[in-house]
Each structure stands twice: as structure tokens, then as C-alpha cells.
Design a protein around this ligand. Structure first.
Ligand SMILES: Nc1ncnc2c1ncn2[C@@H]1O[C@H](COP(=O)(O)OP(=O)(O)O)[C@@H](O)[C@H]1O
Ligand SMILES: [Mg+2]
Length: 280
């Protein structure tokens, strides 16, 4: 193989994700790679700087013309028909829509759990759709905090161990991880339950633990899918107050709901209808 053919091949093999989208790449050396090694602090953290301040130039989420269909045997079910969504740093956005309108499908795509059929998606300025599955799993573990309706905590683990679990995919040392876990548990007001197991907790406490797990990694974005769906209205209200507090402290949040009263806690509400965003 000639030298130039080898360099050509090498260029093809380097995924876009490693390339910085702006001319700032000049002189960056190996820095683009270090993005995966870094667990970014929360936007309100005093440790902000370096790469973090670069990513602050970009919207946290920018997805354009997202299409997604599911195949049911030989019939195709179109779910997302060209969704466009942009979320700025420190925004709190609610996505509303009737059951079956594609809200969870969209959140899975935004959370890098699934890929769209077509469209573009940049997370903090990075083209994540160009990433390999392995790279996507690292993006999920270090950049995205998930909160689900059914809490999704591991029953055999304590609150501390559940909140620490995502750190097994990162290169943060044990002491630092411990301090981040304790800090996140304190922020959701659960320090007095930190060594309890899920079976010993109320619904509200379970969701607080799940929110602490999402927060602890210092995600670029918190994605919540009907986080109050399994809670009574009083507890749901407390959880929404907690999301509002985290937003005031600097978090960027996208939350799905089909409940108007819940969505009112967000700064901006967008509606998903027939696989499209129908306003804003
Ligand atoms: N993995 C899947 N395979 C086939 N169809 C699916 C799958 N996931 C979701 N769907 C269908 O896609 C549509 C949108 O689902 P979903 O995104 O879960 O809606 P929502 O969260 O708004 O209730 C529904 O009709 C649902 O049945
Ligand atoms: Mg859903």
C-alpha cells in the first residue's frame, strides 16, 4: 500500500466523533480524544473550564430532521417524521404528547440508546451519530443522566451502590466517585437513606435515588421519561420541585410528560404530535 493510500484509509477509520466541529481543532493535539475520558462537572460546578467552556458555546442538544420507523413483520410503522429539537444549556424543556406519539422513541434517540433512521444529532456540539456503539455507550455513561418512570434501580444494591454504579464505566478514581455519589445523594435530600436498599424506600425516595444516580456523573443533560408517572400527585409534585431546584442550580433537563400540570414546571413546553414537533 502506498503511503498516501494508508493515510486515506486512516482518515476514513477515524470516526467524526473524534473531530472537533470548529477550527478550534487547530493545535488541539490529542485533546479531542480526551473528551471520552472526561466526566464533565455540572454546569454550575466551580470546576468548569477547559473543554467544558468550549462545549458551552453549543446548544446541549441539536437534532434536525429525525425520522424513525419500526418494522412490524412486513408493515412499517413511522413514529418520528422529521423532528427538529434544540435545547440550550441550562434549559428545562418538557415534551408533551399523547400516548404512542413517539415521546419515548425520541428520548431514546436523544439519550443515544437508539439511532434514528435519518437526521442529524449533535450533543454539546459533537456529532454523536458518527460514533460507534462502544463510543455511544461511553457517551451515555459520562454525558447523559437518565431518569425513568419505573426508577430502574438494582434491588440488591443500596442507594449508595446504585448511584455509584455508572462510575464503573468511567475512569474516575474511587475516592472522587465516592465524593460525587455522596454529594448527589445530599442534593436530592436522601443522605439519611444512603445505605438502604430499594425495597426499604418509598416511591418518592426511589425516584430521588434515581435522580441522584443521573446527577452524580455530572451529565451534560438529564433526560427524564414520565418521572412522576408511578407516583401519587403529592409525591410527584415534590419530585417536580426537585427538578426545578436542579434547573435553578444549572442543570439542563428534557422531561417527557403527558400531564399538563407536570409540564408546567418546565421553562418551555413542546408538543409532539403525529411524529412531529407542532410548536416552537
Ligand atoms: N421497539 C418497538 N418496536 C415496534 N414498535 C414500537 C417499538 N417501540 C415503540 N413502538 C411503537 O411506536 C409508537 C411510539 O411509541 P413510544 O415512543 O413509546 O410512544 P410514547 O412514549 O409517546 O407513548 C407506538 O405506536 C409504539 O407501539
Ligand atoms: Mg413513553
Amino acid at each position: 500500500m502506498t503511503r498516501s493510500a494508508w493515510y486515506g484509509l486512516k482518515m476514513i477509520m477515524i470516526p467524526d466523533i473524534f473531530k472537533h466541529p470548529t477550527p478550534q481543532q487547530d493545535g488541539a493535539g490529542g485533546r479531542a480524544n480526551s473528551w471520552f475520558n472526561d466526566i464533565s462537572p455540572l454546569p454550575n460546578s466551580p470546576r468548569r473550564g477547559g473543554e467544558e467552556s468550549e462545549y458551552l458555546q453549543y446548544p446541549v442538544i441539536e437534532a434536525i430532521d429525525i425520522e424513525k420507523s419500526y418494522w412490524m413483520g412486513s408493515t412499517v410503522l413511522p413514529v418520528l417524521n422529521g423532528v427538529k429539537i434544540r435545547v440550550e444549556q441550562n434549559e428545562f424543556v418538557a415534551i408533551m404528547g399523547p400516548s404512542g406519539s413517539g415521546k419515548s422513541t425520541l428520548l431514546h434517540i436523544l439519550g443515544c440508546l437508539d439511532r434514528p433512521d435519518t437526521g442529524t444529532y449533535h450533543l454539546g456540539g459533537r456529532n454523536v451519530l458518527a460514533a460507534t456503539d462502544y463510543e455511544l455507550s461511553r457517551i451515555r455513561a459520562t454525558q447523559i443522566g437518565f431518569v425513568f418512570q419505573a426508577f430502574n434501580l438494582l434491588p440488591a444494591l443500596t442507594v449508595f451502590e446504585n448511584v455509584r454504579a455508572p462510575f464503573s464505566y468511567s475512569r474516575i478514581n474511587k475516592r472522587e466517585a465516592r465524593s460525587r455519589v455522596e454529594n448527589a445523594v445530599a442534593r436530592v435530600g436522601l443522605t439519611h437513606r444512603i445505605h438502604h436498599r430499594p425495597a426499604e424506600l418509598s416511591g418518592g425516595e426511589l425516584q430521588r435515588a434515581a435522580i441522584a444516580r443521573a446527577l452524580a456523573i455530572g451529565p451534560k443533560i438529564i433526560l427524564a421519561d414520565e418521572p412522576t408517572g408511578n407516583l401519587d400527585s403529592k409525591t410527584g409534585f415534590e419530585i417536580m420541585n426537585l427538578f426545578q431546584k436542579l434547573h435553578q442550580e444549572g442543570a439542563s433537563i428534557v422531561m417527557i410528560s403527558h400531564n399538563h400540570r407536570v409540564a408546567e414546571f418546565a421553562q418551555r413546553v413542546i408538543a409532539l404530535m403525529d411524529g412531529r414537533i407542532t410548536d416552537k
